[in-house]
Design a protein around this ligand. Structure first.
Ligand code: 58G
Length: 231
C-alpha cells in the first residue's frame, strides 16, 4: 500500500513510522509512505500557508490553495483522501482493516485552529482517532498508519494476525503470562501447563469474556446489539 501524508511538519513522521514493525514493513516494501508539505506549494513570497478567519475570531486557519495543491500533487484516480479531524468518523479496528484494503491513501493533517472549509470539502472524508482535540493532525495520522499497517498482509507474524481477530470478535484479549512461573509470589494459572489445548482454549474464552465485562462492558453490549441486528 502507498500512503501519502500532507503535513506542514514532515520531520515528525520518520522517527515513528521508521521504527520497529512499521520500519520493517517499509523496508520489506509492504507499506510505502511519504510526506508532502503544503508550504512548498505556497505562492506567497513568505511561503505563507495560514491566514485570519473571515468574520473574525481567534487564531489562524490553513489556507485552501496550498493544501489543495499538495493533495493534487499526490492524488491519483481512485485515491481515498482523508482529513484528520475531531469532527470525523471514529477510527476503530474495523475501519483500520477497511483502510488497509486500499491501494492508495492520502492523509491530510490540518494545523492551527482549523482548515478553510473549501479545502475540507476537497477531502472525500474526515476521520477522528477520538473525542479530543490535538494541535495538529500529525499524531492522529500516525495512529491511523500504525493501526492499518498491522492489518497489511505480511506485516505481523502469522500468530499475531490471529490475535487481531480477537478484537474483531468484539472481546478483549485473554490474559497472558511468560516466565518465570512464579513472580513475586504470584503464580501463572495452572491450566496453562496442562497441555490440554481444548481446556486452555475454553479457559481463554472465559477469561476474555470476564476481562471484557470488567473493563469494557460497552463492547459486550455492542456485541448483543450486533447479533440482534443480524436476525
Ligand atoms: C477542522 C477543524 C478541520 C485530529 C480543525 C481540521 C486532528 C484531533 C484529531 C482541523 C486534530 C482527532 C486543526 C488541528 C484538526 C484541524 C487538527 N485534533 N481526534 N487537530 O483525530
Amino acid at each position: 500500500m502507498r500512503l501519502d501524508i500532507v503535513t506542514l511538519f514532515p520531520e515528525m513522521f520518520e522517527p515513528i513510522l521508521g521504527a520497529s514493525i512499521l520500519g520493517r514493513a517499509r523496508a520489506r516494501g509492504l507499506l510505502d509512505w511519504g510526506c508532502v508539505n503544503p508550504r512548498y506549494f505556497s505562492r506567497d513570497k513568505h511561503r505563507k500557508v495560514d491566514d485570519r478567519p473571515f468574520g473574525g475570531g481567534p487564531g489562524m486557519l490553513m489556507m485552501a490553495e496550498p493544501l489543495a495543491a499538495a493533495v493534487e500533487s499526490v492524488r491519483r484516480q481512485g485515491s481515498r483522501v482523508i482529513l484528520m479531524s475531531p469532527q470525523g468518523a471514529r477510527l476503530d479496528d474495523r475501519k483500520a482493516a477497511e483502510l488497509a484494503r486500499e491501494s492508495h491513501l492520502v492523509l491530510v493533517c490540518g494545523h492551527y485552529e482549523g482548515v478553510d472549509e473549501r479545502a475540507v470539502e476537497l477531502c472525500g472524508e474526515e476521520l477522528s482517532i477520538g473525542d479530543y482535540v490535538l494541535t495538529g493532525g500529525e499524531l492522529a495520522a500516525m495512529v491511523v498508519a500504525d493501526a492499518l499497517a498491522r492489518k497489511l498482509p505480511g506485516v505481523l507474524k502469522k500468530e499475531d494476525a490471529a490475535e487481531s481477530e480477537s478484537f474483531a470478535s468484539g472481546l478483549l484479549d485473554f490474559p497472558q503470562y511468560t516466565r518465570p512461573r512464579v513472580w513475586r509470589g504470584r503464580e501463572v494459572p495452572e491450566v496453562l501447563f496442562s497441555g490440554d489445548h481444548a481446556k486452555i482454549a475454553a479457559w481463554r474464552r472465559r477469561a476474555a469474556r470476564a476481562a471484557t465485562r470488567r473493563k469494557r462492558p460497552d463492547l459486550l453490549a455492542r456485541q448483543v446489539q450486533e447479533s440482534r441486528r443480524s436476525v
